[in-house]
Every structure is written in structure tokens, then in C-alpha cells.
Design a protein. Structure first.
Length: 491
């Protein structure tokens, strides 16, 4: 089954492992990201130099914002980047094409260069500057943006890293000397230049490998969620007692009064109060970053665990499933249609998530990351070498469905993945899928619901009871709760 780099380029997986690279899928992105903090924290001098080069470029941009006018051409050349799709990382459900860094990211970066980045390179509290500051104060900038920006700024390193592996391990018939654009920035001419590299080449494009020790999943080490979760620890770590007490008081003052029946504030209320603290005391961000720097060794442990988990679930488990499929000579017989084919894969994912620790991909530091895209990517990977056509986000005129599996015009199945916490779940079960089925001219569908607690399960059961769906095999519930896994292991 030619799904992963090792399969397609006829190389033992152990060689890739020894080299320290991720054995990427070449049919779909894997949900991992480059975290620039792992460059900063690394013991490798090469990684630290890469981090310094990133800071040098951001410093260059900061200095340019003092100019009276930045032309449209310079804006595009300096701030806007295409996604480096050749590393096959991110959250594309089909293939490897993402949106890249457009005008929204460029504007956010420009606006913050003379505010939160005003002391960039001259920090007194932290050991270093960190690009990730941007995703703390700007909700429109996430880990994927930070990763895309980082990958673009270390693209020359990734090309050389992959080139070295290709020259030492790969058949020359599977490689090609290619020109890669925007790999080096000339600080004299203020322009990006291209370079030529000997790289793995397949389906008209080159491929880039990425070292596993700079990858993570779910969140960068420096992120907005942790500043909320660890606010009091961060504030109490401030050595200046007057500033520490002032910040704690200001935080409490900005929390709204609780209604009589509510015992604690919502995450949104806490986040808003923290935002006001940051506005009033901008250097609080530096204390937060110092707090994260002091615990930097944990970042490597967390990222390693996450990468190993992705390898286990998205690579090993999927390959095991595909191996079973390929060894089953009766699987593609006429008795199987797209519905049965889809249901088999959904049930396999249910087993992996509920019984094989697959649920762990939905958690970050013990807190659930309720995201449909993780399971959608898993589902897509199980369809390699199928006779069916697998399409995602298909819009047949009445909105996009998650997946449409088809074998010709007469055999189509709609597959939808939903979170139990989705406020529109009842409407989806009652009407939305029926609309998709009608638009796609099919009467077959599967609705997959992922739940994270007994409370969410009760909600789903209530909706299914109201809609008379209790015995409907088209509805598949998947238990992603940690509690049931813990209780089972202690039984």
C-alpha cells in the first residue's frame, strides 16, 4: 500500500526513523506543525541558528514598519507566503493544499510589530524574543499560521535536510534537481532568492522531509490556552511583589459578577479579563513567556509524545487496517457497496479511538481538543487504493457535506462527522444530511458523532430518542472521553 514516504520511495521505514524524520503520508497531510519554540529550546546549534534567523527577519520587518509607506509589492514579498505544501503537514482533509499566509496574517503582524513586538530583540525579562507572542494577543493568528511562517523562514534548511537524505538513501530515478523559490533572503537587496536542490520527486512535485524533534500537535508551547490555564501561576512567579499584587487585583476587578446559581466564571470571561490585564500591563506577556522558557524541557517531552501518538494512530493503525483490507480478497466483491465500505471504516476508527488509545489525539494537557478534522483525516487515510471516489467538502448546491463516497452515479454515500457538543446537532440529524443526500441524488448516509463525556452522551441519546433514531445503524457514536478509558484500565 503506497501511502507513506517509505512506501512510495522504496526505503525502509527504519532508515527514516534513524535519520530523525517523520514518515509523512503522500496522499494527505498529517496533523502536525512546526513549533519555533522547539528550535529555541533545542541543544542543537543548527536549530538555535534557525531560531536566530527567524528573529532577524522579524526584526527586519519591525524596522521597516517605521517607514512612511510600504508598497503593495513589498507587502506581498515580505509578509505574505504560500504554504509549503511539500512537507505534507497541516489540516488539509484531501491532499496537501492549505491557504498559506495571506493579507490577514500580514496585517496582524504589521499592526503588532510596534506594539507587542516593540522591544523585539531587547527583552529584559525573557531569554529571547518569540514569534508566538502574536498568537496570544490576536485570535485570528493560530498555530498553523506560526508554523507556516516558520517553515517558510527555514525552507532552505528543510531542502538541505531532505537533499542529504535523498543523496544517501534514495534511488536516483525517484529524485530530481529542482528549483525552489523564496529560500534565502538578501538583507542588502531586500529580496528573496531561489535555490536548486536534489530532492525526492513524485507526481510532478518535490517532497520535503521534516525532523520530528521540531514538530508538535494541538498547540505551540507558547499559546493562548496556557496563559488562561496558568494565569495565577504566571502572576505569582513575578518577582516584583507590588506588580504581582497589582496584576492579581486588576484581574479580579475585571471579572464580571457571578449570577446566583453559577459557581465559576466561563473561559471566555477569564480570557477577557486576561486581555485587559495585558492591555494594562503589556510586560505580563514577557512574564508568561519567561514562565514557559523556564519549563522549556517539558516542551520537548510533550511534542515527542504527541508526534509518537500521531505516528501510532495516523500511520501504524491506518497501515494495519489497509493491510487487512489488501489481504481480504473478498473485500471488494459486489456484495460491498459504498455504504458498507464506509461503515466498515467508521467502525474501525471507533475501535481505534475507544479501545486502542486513539482518543488521546483529541486531548492537550488533559483537556479535550474538540475538533472534527482529526477524525476526518483518519477517515480519509483509510481510503487509499479504494475503487470508490472519495470527495470532501462536496457542495452540490445546498452546502458542503464532509465526505461523499461514490462508485459511479448510482452508488453514493454521504458521511458526516459531528461533535456531540455542536449546538446544531439536532438540526443536522433531523434535516441537514437529508438535504445533502437529496442534492447528491442518494438515499445512503452515515452520521458519526464524537462525544467527550457522559453529559454529552445523554444529550445525544435525548436527540436520537426525539428523532426516533435509537436503532438507526446510520448513526454511529464514538466515545472519546478519558473517564471511561481510565475506569476501564482500573477495572
Amino acid at each position: 500500500m503506497n501511502v507513506y514516504f517509505s512506501d512510495i520511495f522504496n526505503i525502509e521505514e527504519s532508515k527514516i526513523e534513524e535519520y530523525g524524520a517523520l514518515n509523512i503520508s503522500l496522499i494527505n497531510d498529517l496533523p502536525l506543525f512546526v513549533d519555533p519554540f522547539l528550535l529555541f529550546e533545542s541543544d542543537k546549534q543548527e536549530y538555535q541558528e534557525l531560531h536566530n534567523n527567524i528573529l532577524k527577519y522579524v526584526g527586519f520587518l519591525r524596522d521597516r514598519t517605521n517607514d512612511t509607506h510600504i508598497s503593495e509589492g513589498f507587502l506581498r514579498n515580505w509578509y505574505m507566503f504560500s504554504e509549503v505544501k511539500q512537507n505534507w503537514l497541516g489540516y488539509s482533509e484531501i491532499g496537501n493544499c492549505g491557504s498559506g499566509l495571506g493579507r490577514g496574517f500580514a496585517v496582524a503582524l504589521m499592526e503588532n510589530l510596534n506594539t507587542i513586538f516593540s522591544n523585539f530583540g531587547d527583552e529584559t525579562v525573557t531569554k529571547s524574543s518569540h514569534l508566538e507572542k502574536l498568537c496570544i494577543v490576536n485570535s485570528g493568528v493560530g498555530k498553523d499560521n506560526i508554523s507556516d511562517f516558520t517553515v517558510n523562514l527555514i525552507k532552505n534548511f528543510l531542502c538541505e535536510y531532505t537533499e542529504k537524505f535523498a543523496k544517501e538513501n534514495l534511488d536516483s530515478a525517484l529524485c530530481k534537481l529542482v528549483s525552489v523559490d523564496r529560500v534565502k533572503f538578501n538583507y542588502k537587496t531586500f529580496r528573496w532568492s531561489s535555490g536548486k536542490y536534489y530532492l525526492p520527486f513524485i507526481n510532478g512535485d518535490y517532497v520535503l522531509l521534516t525532523p520530528k524533534d521540531i514538530l508538535t500537535k494541538d498547540e505551540n508551547w507558547i499559546n493562548q490556552k496556557d496563559i488562561v490555564k496558568d494565569f495565577h501561576d504566571i502572576a505569582n512567579s513575578i518577582s516584583n511583589p507590588e506588580l504581582r499584587d497589582t496584576i492579581n487585583r486588576y484581574f479580579i476587578q475585571n471579572l464580571p459578577e457571578l449570577p446566583p446559581k453559577r459557581k465559576k466564571h466561563t473561559k471566555a470571561e477569564v480570557l477577557e479579563s486576561i486581555r485587559r490585564v495585558i492591555q494594562k500591563f503589556p510586560n505580563f506577556l514577557d512574564y508568561y513567556i519567561k514562565y514557559k522558557e523556564d519549563r522549556g524541557s517539558e516542551a520537548r517531552d510533550v511534542s515527542q509524545e504527541k508526534v509518537e501518538l500521531v505516528e501510532s494512530i495516523f500511520i501504524d493503525s491506518v497501515m494495519s487496517f489497509l493491510g487487512c483490507i489488501s489481504n481480504n480478497t473478498n473485500f471488494f466483491s459486489t456484495k460491498y457497496d459504498t455504504y458498507e465500505d464506509s461503515l466498515l471504516r467508521v467502525k474501525y476508527l471507533k475501535q481505534v479511538i475507544e479501545n486502542n488509545d486513539g482518543y488521546k489525539v483529541f486531548y492537550y494537557k488533559g483537556e479535550p481538543i474538540k475538533r472534527e478534522k482529526d477524525i476526518q483525516i483518519m477517515f480519509r487515510l483509510t481510503w487509499y487504493a479504494t475503487q470508490a471516489d472519495v470527495s470532501t467538502e462536496v457542495n452540490d448546491g445546498r452546502g458542503p457535506s464532509d465526505f461523499k463516497i461514490s462508485m459511479g452515479s448510482r452508488d453514493k454515500t454521504i458521511v458526516e462527522f459531528k461533535l456531540a457538543s455542536n449546538t446544531k446537532l439536532r438540526r443536522n440529524l433531523a434535516k441537514q444530511v437529508e438535504i445533502y443526500k437529496k442534492a447528491s441524488n442518494t438515499n445512503k448516509d452515515i452520521k458519526v458523532i464524537l462525544y467527550f463525556s457522559e453529559k454529552e452522551l445523554s444529550k445525544v441519546y435525548g436527540i436520537m430518542n426525539d428523532l426516533n433514531l435509537e436503532e438507526d445503524r446510520d448513526v454511529v457514536l464514538i466515545d472519546a472521553s478519558r473517564e471511561t478509558k481510565v475506569s476501564a484500565s482500573n477495572a
